[in-house]
Every structure is written in structure tokens, then in C-alpha cells.
Ligand binder design. Structure first.
Ligand code: IVH
Length: 676
């Protein structure tokens, strides 16, 4: 890479880092996961280490947290509030210890004892006490300069305002974490993404009366400046803190050796779901203050402490219940309702269980303790069950054999292709009989690739359904606007807008219309194929009068599964009624008919075997561009069978028997060249 490119890359990283920091500290929003954030920091530091000309005042090396916001008075910390370096694996911990032993010039098996403390995921604060009285409370700010949030911090009950204890130092900054308990967060979850953001937002209220309304908690764990502290090690200090009236973490422990640190880490990770506060790892501090002093600091973190972070996309929690959701095609999808847990900054309370087979395979039950994984924006899923923690009276989960919405029998279909029963169980009702299916069908009807009506989203569909304003798709086009105008949240203008956008979408292409019907196995691509085949709505609708659907099999891309599905769609009277009604309100455009003047006009083709340097899709569009058609099987309607490498023998035999012209790829291309 050239110098310019390296600088560009570096600046991009720095800008991202600044942006994430700003969101995190000033807007109380995490726009990336903690792990991504840490990785970005590492990338910047690595670049700086490799190319020493890269420098920025906004580098993570110079910034701890973020500059204080403008709302509060800024005050310098007498002793900076530092951050911690991170460890993710046992190997990271071994390296950490090795460096320390080297620094202290000790043998590699010299035992080191650590004060271990859960790393609460909250907001750190520094409380200055002079002669036993709380005088100032600061946020961390950029580590050097914090915000004076004394008034807000004073509203927290856990924070002693006055300490009357003989051994309390003359002056000391007590530092710890402000946080919200998960059970209290329940009431605030509409406003904030996670408890950490809620705590941060509450601490930054301009008016301390607003902070007072939020049940903030405080746990103390370290100190900054001190005069007169009588403690020789961290664990003694923690005990003193609790004697002076501060809350300390009940899970704090003294542990010697990396193996034992890891054991404790694993135990606490399992307990994580049962705790009423979020923790994102463990903090290990060398217990002995004299050793801490010798080790000192690097950049903005102490050499004597490290944060052992939990994996950012996995967590353990409990299944409270198993819900069955019903989709548009009647598929029953089990969803685990889990005890809310923070996974990488997102509070997760649902996990997909996929289907009945998945539940059986993993033997997932209500009450189980499970490990969950969240990757990207997809719904989290369950990785494993901790059978040791299973309650004694737990019962196997029985998948419902009746639809929870309409009571119809649920069935598992036989899949001819796999020669097995489907993993998915479905409600066997037809059409709009089942309420849940009907709502999902309506949601599909207005979805992006279907009617896509501005201002008519899924939530509104649900609302209108509950008020019995709609049941069938055609109801959308005969809405009672007077009634809607009187509903909460609606007014003259919004109703006018809705009316306008619905009217606009009355004009629709045949392919969108077919897709909107939500016929099983007819997605956008198949809807396009059908639309090309039928050209007009009336041709499509006439299917209801037909008893034989076999000619649909000639459409390249449409198979038996799709044809059977179309057949059962038309066999249902409700569906044919829906079509008839919709026709009254809509203008369904014919599919554009291809010009019939191409070289291959009136000629049909089928390809078998692998082509040379050309995909199936390419040859298909080549045929269509020249006004030919493609079909999917050998019949007397076929004009040419194009054979590539390793053609299907049966197709070639059949074509021979029916006297169909068999040509290879070059002969086909010649057909195009010759006449052009
Ligand atoms: S000690 C020099 N102890 O983690 C020591 N920090 O990245 C610095 N935290 O800013 C802090 N629990 O917000 C310490 N038991 C604990 C902690 C803890 C949570 C947070 C704190 C700090 C950050 C370090």
C-alpha cells in the first residue's frame, strides 16, 4: 500500500471511531457491537504501531471515553480515570501474566493473586469526599476531564452523602459504576436500547429531578486521588468500602493463577442470566497495592489490571415459554420467549426455534437454561441446552396438533423430492379461515414487492384488522375513511394521504398482482413467469374454470410443486371470490407482450446438459430476445432440444421419439447468426 492509501485508511478508521464514540457518550446509543468497537480500536493501534507517521489527537491511545458534553461544567480529575486493556481468551490472560512476571523479574510459575470483580456494564463515576462529605461527583468524560454531575449523582440512594467512620480517609475519590437493574429496565425499555444507555441517559439529565425518577444504583470498586487511605491491597479496600456504606459486588473474589481465573469466569458466565445487572466480563486486578505501584501504567491503562470480556454474541438465559407463530403459508414457527439478556448491547427476549424437528433434536423445553447466539440482525437462535440445570419436573415440549389460532388440524406434508415428511408443521385450513394466516396474507399483500402502499404498513394492517376494518385484501380498497379519521393517531390529512396512496396503487402490473396473492411457492420470480405466460388477468382468472393445469408445466421454471399450489389456490372458493372482488377495484395491466418479429418467433426450446461459456439464464434471455420461448419438458410442443455436455439421456430419447430437432450450442448460435 502507498503512504497516501495508508493515511486514507487510517483517517477512515479514526472518523468511524469518533462517530461511534460520539453516539455512545453523547447520544447514549450503540451503533456497533462492543466487539466491533474493540476491533476498530485495535486496527487503529496496529496501524499506528506499524507506521509511526500516523498520528491523531482522536486516536484511541489519547482518548478514554469521550470529551465531556457541553451541558455540564468540566472539572479535571486529580488522578485520571483510566480504561482497561481487554482479554478474550485464556491465551490473552497467560500473555498478560507473563508480561507482568517479566516486568517484575519473577519466575514464570510465581503465583499471582488477583482481586476479581464482575465488570458491570454501566457508566463510571468518581465521587470526591472531603472530611467524610461528598463534595463533587464527576463523570469519566475523556479520562482527564469529567463533567460535574454532582446534583444528578446525589439523587442516587446507594451513594453515601456523608461517611462517619474513623478510618475513612481525609480525602478520597471513590470510583465505581452507575447502572440500572434489569428488572427496573423493564419499565424503561421503550425509551432505551439497553440498561447501559438508560443509565447514561438518566445521568445526563439537565434537571436532577428527572434523574431522581430513575432507579439508578451504584457499586464502588476503586479510588482515584486519596489522602489517608489505610489499605494494602484491593480486597481489603473492597471490604473497607462496604464498611463505609458503599455497595460492592457480592461476586468479588480473591483468586490465584490463570487456570482458576478461567474457571471462575466460566461459572460467572453461566450465572449471568440470573443476575439482575448486566456484566460484560470480569476485571482482574493484582491484589497487592505495592505490586500495582511497581507495575504502573501504559498509555491509558494500568499494567496491573485487565478486563476479561465475555463473547459479545453469545449468552446464557432461560426459556420462559414457547410461543407458536403462524405464517402466511400456515407454517407453525416455534419461538422461545427468554428471560431478557443483553447480548452485545442488544436486549434479547425472543429466540427462534426454527421448527418442530429442531425442538425434538435439541430436546428444548420450557424452563431450560440455554446458550443463545445473536449474529447480525437475524433473530437469535439457541445453540445448546444445559441439561444439568433442567428443572426436575420439566416436561417434553409437545408441538400442537391443532392450530393455536383456528383449531384446524396441523399437518406435516410429504415432500416428494426428499421423500420425507417436511420439518415444518402447518395449519391445514384453507384461504382466510384462520385469522393469523389471514393477517399475514394481508401483510404480504401490501409488502414492498406487492402493492407497496405508502403509509399502509404492517402495524396499521394489524390495527385495522383488530377494528374489523379489513379481513380480505379487497377490503383495503373499500375502507371506511370516515371511521378511520376518528381513530386515535389519525386525522383529516393522514386519511387523505392514505386514500391517495391506495388509489394510486389500484393500477398494478399483473406480475405484482399475482405475487401479492401470496400463493404458496409463487414468489416474485414465479409470479413474473406466470404473468408472462398469461399476459392478462382474465387469462389468469380463467384457471379457476380449468380442470387440467398441465400446460403450466411447460413454463420453464414452474414445476409440479408450483402447479399443485396454484391448483389448490383456485380450488378454494374464497380465493376465487377474492379475485372477483379485487377485479372490481383494480386496473391490472397486461404483461408486456414481446415483439413477435424475432428470428425465433413461434419456436420453442429446451436446454439439456452443460453449455460452453454460457449460463442457462443467458441462453434463455437470448431465446426470448429473439421472440422464442423456453419450455421445461420434452413434449410435442417442443421445436428444438439444445444439448450441451452430458445431456439427460431420457430427454434426448424422448425428443428422438417425437422427431424433435436436436441441436448443439453452436448450431443454435448459427440459427441466430444466419438470419440476422
Ligand atoms: S477498574 C484502572 N473495576 O470498566 C482501573 N472498572 O474499561 C479502571 N468497570 O471505566 C477501572 N466494573 O466503567 C474497574 N470492577 C471494576 C469495573 C470496572 C466495570 C468499567 C469502568 C471502567 C471500564 C474499564
Amino acid at each position: 500500500m502507498k503512504k497516501k492509501q495508508i493515511e486514507e485508511k487510517y483517517n477512515n478508521y479514526i472518523n468511524l471511531f469518533k462517530k461511534y464514540n460520539n453516539y455512545y457518550y453523547n447520544k447514549n446509543k450503540s451503533v456497533v457491537s462492543d466487539r466491533e468497537f474493540d476491533e476498530l480500536k485495535l486496527k487503529i493501534i496496529h496501524l499506528e504501531e506499524k507506521y509511526n507517521y500516523l498520528k491523531s489527537t482522536d486516536s484511541p491511545k489519547n482518548i478514554v471515553g469521550h470529551r465531556p458534553s457541553k451541558n455540564f461544567k468540566k472539572v479535571f480529575h486529580k488522578v485520571p480515570m483510566l480504561s482497561l486493556s481487554n482479554a478474550f481468551t485464556e491465551e490473552d490472560l497467560l500473555n498478560f501474566e507473563k508480561k507482568i512476571l517479566n516486568y517484575l523479574s519473577k519466575n514464570h510459575n510465581h503465583p499471582i493473586t488477583y482481586a476479581t470483580e464482575p465488570k458491570i456494564d454501566g457508566i463510571s463515576a468518581s465521587l470526591t469526599y472531603k472530611n467524610g462529605k461528598l463534595v463533587t461527583g464527576l463523570s469519566r468524560g475523556d479520562g482527564n476531564e469529567g463533567e460535574d454531575i454532582t446534583a444528578n449523582l446525589s439523587t442516587i440512594e446507594d451513594i453515601p452523602k456523608e461517611i462517619d467512620s474513623k478510618d475513612f480517609p481525609e480525602e478520597i475519590d471513590i470510583r465505581g459504576e452507575v447502572f440500572i437493574k434489569n428488572s427496573d429496565f423493564e419499565k424503561l425499555k421503550e425509551k432505551f436500547a439497553n440498561p447501559r444507555n438508560a443509565a447514561s441517559g438518566s445521568l445526563r439529565q439537565k434537571n436532577s429531578e428527572d434523574t431522581k425518577k430513575i432507579p439508578l444504583k451504584f457499586i464502588a470498586y476503586t479510588f482515584g486521588y486519596e489522602k489517608g487511605l489505610k489499605a494494602n491491597n484491593q480486597f481489603d479496600f473492597l471490604n473497607q468500602l462496604s464498611k463505609w456504606g458503599f455497595n460492592t459486588n457480592p461476586l468479588n473474589k480473591l483468586i490465584t493463577g490463570v487456570k482458576n481465573l478461567v474457571k471462575n469466569y466460566n461459572e460467572i458466565e453461566k450465572k449471568r442470566a440470573d443476575l439482575d445487572f448486566d456484566i460484560d466480563g470480569m476485571v482482574y486486578k493484582i491484589n497487592d497495592f505495592s505490586i500495582q505501584k511497581r507495575l504502573g501504567y501504559v498509555a491509558n491503562a494500568p499494567r496491573w489490571a485487565i478486563a476479561h470480556k465475555f463473547s459479545s454474541n453469545k449468552a446464557v438465559s432461560k426459556i420462559i415459554d414457547i410461543d407458536i407463530q403462524i405464517g402466511r403459508t400456515g407454517a407453525l414457527t416455534p419461538v422461545a420467549k427468554i428471560k431478557p439478556i443483553n447480548i452485545g448491547g442488544v436486549v434479547v427476549s425472543n429466540a427462534t426455534l426454527h421448527n418442530e424437528d429442531e425442538i425434538n433434536r435439541k430436546d428444548i423445553r420450557i424452563g431450560d437454561t440455554v446458550t443463545l447466539e445473536r449474529a447480525g440482525d437475524v433473530i437469535p437462535h439457541i445453540l445448546s441446552v444445559d441439561f444439568k440445570k433442567r428443572p426436575k419436573k420439566s416436561l417434553k415440549f409437545i408441538f400442537p396438533n391443532k392450530c393455536p389460532s383456528c383449531g384446524s388440524k396441523t399437518i406435516k406434508e410429504y415432500n416428494k423430492l426428499t421423500k420425507k415428511k417436511d420439518a415444518v408443521r402447518r395449519c391445514s385450513s384453507e384461504g382466510y379461515y384462520c385469522d393469523k394466516i389471514a393477517i399475514e396474507k394481508l401483510k404480504h399483500f401490501i409488502s414492498k414487492d406487492a402493492f407497496n402502499i405508502d403509509g399502509l404498513g404492517k402495524k396499521i394492517i394489524e390495527g385495522f384488522w383488530k377494528l374489523k376494518l379489513i379481513k380480505f385484501p379487497y377490503d383495503i380498497f373499500k375502507l371506511d375513511y370516515d371511521k378511520i379519521e376518528k381513530l386515535e393517531g389519525w386525522g383529516q390529512l393522514s386519511v387523505e394521504n392514505l386514500k391517495y396512496s391506495i388509489n394510486q396503487k389500484k393500477n398494478i402490473s399483473l406480475e405484482r398482482f399475482i405475487f401479492a396473492l401470496g400463493i404458496r411457492h409463487i414468489g416474485l420470480e414465479n409470479a413474473k413467469l406466470l404473468s408472462k405466460h398469461f399476459v392478462s388477468f382474465s387469462n389468469f382468472q380463467n384457471l379457476s374454470k380449468k380442470s387440467n393445469y398441465d400446460d403450466l408445466l411447460n413454463i420453464d421454471g414452474i414445476g409440479e410443486t408450483q402447479v399443485n399450489s396454484i391448483k389448490s389456490f383456485f380450488a378454494n372458493d374464497i380465493n376465487t371470490k377474492v379475485l372477483k372482488e379485487l377485479e372490481k377495484y383494480l386496473f391490472i395491466n397486461n404483461a408486456s407482450v414481446k415483439q413477435k418479429n424475432g428470428i425465433l418467433n413461434n419456436k420453442s426450446f429446451l436446454v439439456t446438459g452443460k453449455l460452453n461459456g454460457m449460463s442457462r439464464a443467458e441462453i434463455k434471455s437470448l431465446i426470448e430476445e429473439n421472440s422464442g420461448t423456453t419450455v421445461s419438458s420434452v413434449s410435442n410442443k417442443l421445436d428444438y432440444l439444445i444439448t450441451g455436455e452430458k445431456p439427460t439421456k431420457r430427454k434426448v430419447e424422448n425428443a428422438k421419439q417425437l422427431n424433435i430437432k436436436i441441436i448443439n450450442q453452436n448450431q443454435f448460435l448459427d440459427m441466430l447468426n444466419k438470419t440476422s
